[in-house]
Design a protein. Structure first.
Length: 251
């Protein structure tokens, strides 16, 4: 019985570990990686989305704590992001029943693809020079809204748009990752109220275990990897996930 359960949960533990390792180091992609692989394993899309958001309550909390311990958080930027993100997330969850976010998602992905290319070119051709971002609240609202209504988007939208404004890769990744905890809790409450205990599946438990194991590693990578390398990796992840999303939308 125990052996059967271990065999059943192991793939989801590995998915959670890999997804959180990328997300903790680059501030994005847990939702995209986890949802894609869960659906590939036969988990229904709604259950996959619920499981990913519930798992992120744990993984983003642990990752945020790690980023705080490694001083990867810009607390001024954190305060500017959290409230707009929560408002956007609440609005997205409220409108989810009447808004078809799938019609907007390809355009958002196309925009992110361009942003990823710009980040990659900037990282390769120009040395990073940290600047104070001018537009934070609108980005936080948009990221929260798309994350709730479209099943993901906080990390790619917020992290990429802050980096394109010239913010420090290390503190941007740590700040966005930490702020995401409050957003995922808000969205997950909605799933729990609507799905009840059905939201807690073997896949969810596996994502939590794997993500918890990887959570301490991402902040260490974000702190010690060079800024240019972080930009290159972030640009590559944005390009890859956006291109895959566009292919799925039109394929």
């Amino acid at each position: 019985m125990v052996a059967d359960f271990a065999v059943a949960i192991l793939p989801f533990v590995l998915i959670g570990f890999a997804a959180q390792l990328v997300d903790g180091a680059l501030g994005m992609a847990f939702g995209v990686i986890s949802s894609t692989l869960l659906i590939g394993f036969g988990v229904p899309p709604a259950a996959a989305s619920a499981g990913v958001h519930l798992a992120e309550c744990v993984t983003t909390g642990l990752s945020g704590l790690g980023h705080a311990l490694h001083r990867n958080i810009d607390w001024g930027l954190f305060r500017r992001l959290v409230l707009p993100g929560l408002i956007g997330g609440a609005a997205g969850a409220y409108l989810l029943s009447s808004l078809d976010a799938s019609t907007v998602k390809p355009f958002v992905l196309a925009y992110l693809l361009i942003v990823g290319i710009v980040l990659l070119v900037r990282a390769l051709c120009y040395p990073p020079t940290p600047k104070r971002p001018r537009f934070v609240a609108p980005i936080g609202f948009a990221g929260g809204f798309l994350d709730a209504a479209g099943g993901g988007g906080w990390g790619p939208v917020v992290t990429s748009n802050l980096l394109i404004q010239g913010t420090s890769p290390r503190t941007t990744i740590g700040t966005v990752n930490s702020a995401e905890f409050f957003l995922t809790v808000t969205i997950s409450v909605t799933f729990i109220l609507s799905l009840g205990m059905a939201a807690f599946t073997t896949a969810t438990l596996g994502l939590i275990l794997g993500g918890a194991l990887a959570a301490p590693l991402g902040p260490v990578a974000a702190r010690h990897l060079p800024a240019r390398l972080l930009l290159i990796l972030a640009g590559a992840v944005i390009i890859g996930t956006s291109a895959y999303g566009i292919w799925r939308a039109f394929g």
